[in-house]
Design a protein around this ligand. Sequence first.
Ligand SMILES: Nc1ncnc2c1ncn2[C@@H]1O[C@H](COP(=O)(O)OP(=O)(O)OP(=O)(O)O)[C@@H](O)[C@H]1O
Length: 240
Amino acid sequence: MSVAVRAGGIRREFGGRSVLGGVDLQIRRGEFVALLGASGSGKTTLLRLLAGLDRPDAGEVLVPRARTVVFQEPRLVPSLRVLGNVALGLPRGAATRATALAALAEVGLAGHARAWPATLSGGEAQRVALARALVREPGLLLLDEPFAALDALTRLRMQDLVADLVARHRPAVLLVTHDVDEAIRLADRVVVLGGGGRLVLDEPVALARPRDDADPGFPVLRRRLLAELGVAPAGRDSAA
Ligand SMILES: Nc1ncnc2c1ncn2[C@@H]1O[C@H](COP(=O)(O)OP(=O)(O)OP(=O)(O)O)[C@@H](O)[C@H]1O
């Protein structure tokens, strides 16, 4: 399978302080990679470099031309209705309207096309942000803790929705998350960014889908990742 993302020797420092100390990361087309790491380890910095929102001090970043980012907050334009937000930046016309409506239907919000962002719940607004990202058929979808602000039940539903959408559209995905279970549930591979701003673990997730922690492999991988993150002593099953 061909490569969608090729990042090699990526370095980034801020004010003389090294944040990324030489990151090498490849993501194949259609592959879902979750990025874990302690707070401040540089996850968002790496995501921003792949998004083209920032430039590395050294190293090479090759990414698909079509990239979209979904952030922790939905970042909808309050003065545009839901449909206008999904179609924002696309050529106006019947074809765009039809694809934007189809994207809204995919996230279960076909009935909200004419609603204003202020009237949406947090989960609904984030689903609009997902529709806006997917309507562009990106080769690379970058998700920066997109479910972190949602309640636990909504978060689980959103994870299922993202799994479905990604299976259908097959973009390469980089998901930044603090949630080890979320990473295991969704990703084909989990990578961990360590203290020196380098990837210290790159682990395939070889569990059958749909995934849940009744699979004996789930807690084994959870323990391994938590130990790598320094969150829990190896041997404990429960998530942090
Ligand atoms: N534009 C910037 N200017 C100065 N420092 C920055 C900038 N962007 C990031 N940093 C610093 O780089 C470090 C890594 O930040 P980053 O947001 O990438 O970490 P993170 O792993 O995503 O953290 P978290 O999990 O808490 O969101 C932090 O110390 C942060 O203060």
